[in-house]
Design a binder for this molecule. Sequence first.
Ligand code: ATP
Ligand code: MG
Length: 686
Amino acid sequence: MSAASLNPAQLEAVHHLAGPCLVLAGAGSGKTRVITHKIARLLQHGLEPRQIAAITFTNKAAAEMRERAKGLVGPRAAKDLAISTFHALGVRMLRADGERLGLKPSFSILDSDDVLGVLRDAGGATDNKQARHWQWTISLWKNQGLDADGAEAAARDDDERVAARIMRRYEERLAAYQAVDFDDLIVLPLKLLERDAEARAKWQAAFGHVLVDEYQDTNAVQYELMKALVGTDGPRHRSGRFTAVGDDDQSIYGWRGATIDNLKRLPRDYPSLRVIPLEQNYRSTGSILRAANAVIAHNPKLFEKKLWSELGDGEPVRVIDCDGEEHEAERAVTRIQALRGQQGARFADVAVLYRANHQARAFEQKLRAAQIPYKVSGGQSWFDRAEIKDLCAWLRLLVNQDDDPAFLRAATTPKRGIGHQTLAALGEYAGKWRISMFEAIFAPGLPGVLKGKGLDALQHFAREVNELEHRARHTAGAEDAKALLLEWLKTLGYEQHLRDGEDSPKLAEARWSNVLDFVDWIARRCGGQLTQEAGTFESEKLTVLDVAQTISIIISLAERGDEQDVVTLSTLHAAKGLEWPHVVLAGVNEGLLPFRGADEEMTAERLEEERRLMYVGITRAQRTLTVSTLKRRKRGRETVAGVPSRFVVEMKLDEAVVKEDPRERLRRLREELAARGAAASPAAGR
Ligand code: ATP
Ligand code: MG
């Protein structure tokens, strides 16, 4: 271990082994680094790797910490370290000792959808909305350490009294099924340690030291579990040996029951607690740090913290004002290309961060069109959604009828009487003659192995594909393309298919809305692309088939997602603890960040949590930070005027807003005009 790579305050935290320790410090000050180095120190001190429990917030963070520890202590020791999330630790404890609570070692873990099903059943509810509400309420109770009795006593109105009653039935059912939910993974191990002295002694002896990263985002039961694992403060040598590191300014899970009280309770519950502040930030340039400090200064202070950086001012924080989501994504792409060109940045050096998952979509589309590889973390990629994949399968099939995977998907979604046996027979025949499945449908020999309804259904399908291909080849321009696609979706019965597949009308609605967005996207691309020849711009309408072709290429790019050198698209929540040389903070608008739901009241607490999210976002950046705001933004299917977020003002930047390169702007405006012109005169495309 190279102690030289730690400052004196960090060293103090690493060397304090005898009792409880809290490192309370701002972003990028090396808290996580303290944990990894302390692991190495504990090993030197004689602990076995398996006696060191390090708790991280996500599985990904656990993997990364093991990786960093490997660099310090070698692969052998790193493998046996007990690095995991609270939940994974809970699973381990329950698999080992759950029987003491009446749980079989083979208990099953219900995911959120399973839970919804059980709750619907327990509460006699037919719609998911009600069940979700119960799920949310019960989960919050559980995370406050309440069981059904406690919940009944705590219920404040009729609504909550009903939820408490359902909680009792729900718990009975889980016990009968030998199943646990995610919350139980913390609640039950805690119960085990509290009620069973033998188990408590065993688990306290198992871990010589417990380290907790992102301590500010632990909730009440996680705190109790940690306490139960390390024992209370006291003269006994084994007691209270833990290291917690955190930053109250980065607490962003209040909405899920995390409580900042855990920070206040720690010195009370552990009077011998050593509290160590860290003040030097090693991550960000002066400009970035100043902006971060200026924003967070608007929140009331729990603990006074100073943060400084030796890295120099660096480039000023840029604010760019965009016309809308697409323009924002285009400018991000231009920015990424410039960073690569001028600063030699890799794709992996750049992250685009946003408040809500849906914001990723425009970036995904533009990045793909620009052939820039990326990964989406903290949410699902738009292109991975079932409904988008279904439609893409059709488009791929139009372009290349020999695309068997696309064929299989398109032929069976929505269901159209082409069953498993039919496909198996078709596949076998195609394999034997080395032709594609589509080609096999019209092979003269097929009726020899496949007859009746199955064959009819296949031939009907193939005719539909051919007809659509013919029309796609001859339809150009935004308006006509849109009409064709909508008509085709109708023929498919796709909207009904979505409604049949979803319990909740709201979810079906959301998926249908994705489909309509996809149609709009294709239509816009058909509306006009510009070719630049000798300085003149010429708008050129594309046929649906042309666009389907480029989309096929775009889709196949998706498979590059595993590569290392990719741009990261991430929600702010999922970006916690991470860092990138270049960060684009997108959609920094009122309503988006701070986020505000349709009929949600913005309380002071909510606003403060949103401000902490902004602080988390800014402090992910090492060298450059670009903040973009929207002049117009989409809300549902409407477009509304955009107001820059108050957080932009709070950054107190003296630099002017970065204007778009005039040539870029001209190109874009022409493109927009061309697309609108196409939409205004439907005849033009024919
Ligand atoms: P966050 O609050 O975002 O979780 P953190 O406090 O955990 O941040 P780290 O991720 O541990 O901070 O460190 C931030 C960056 O600074 C990392 O790249 C880390 O390697 C580097 N760093 C930390 N301490 C030192 C040090 N003493 N010398 C050099 N670099 C350091
Ligand atoms: Mg950290």
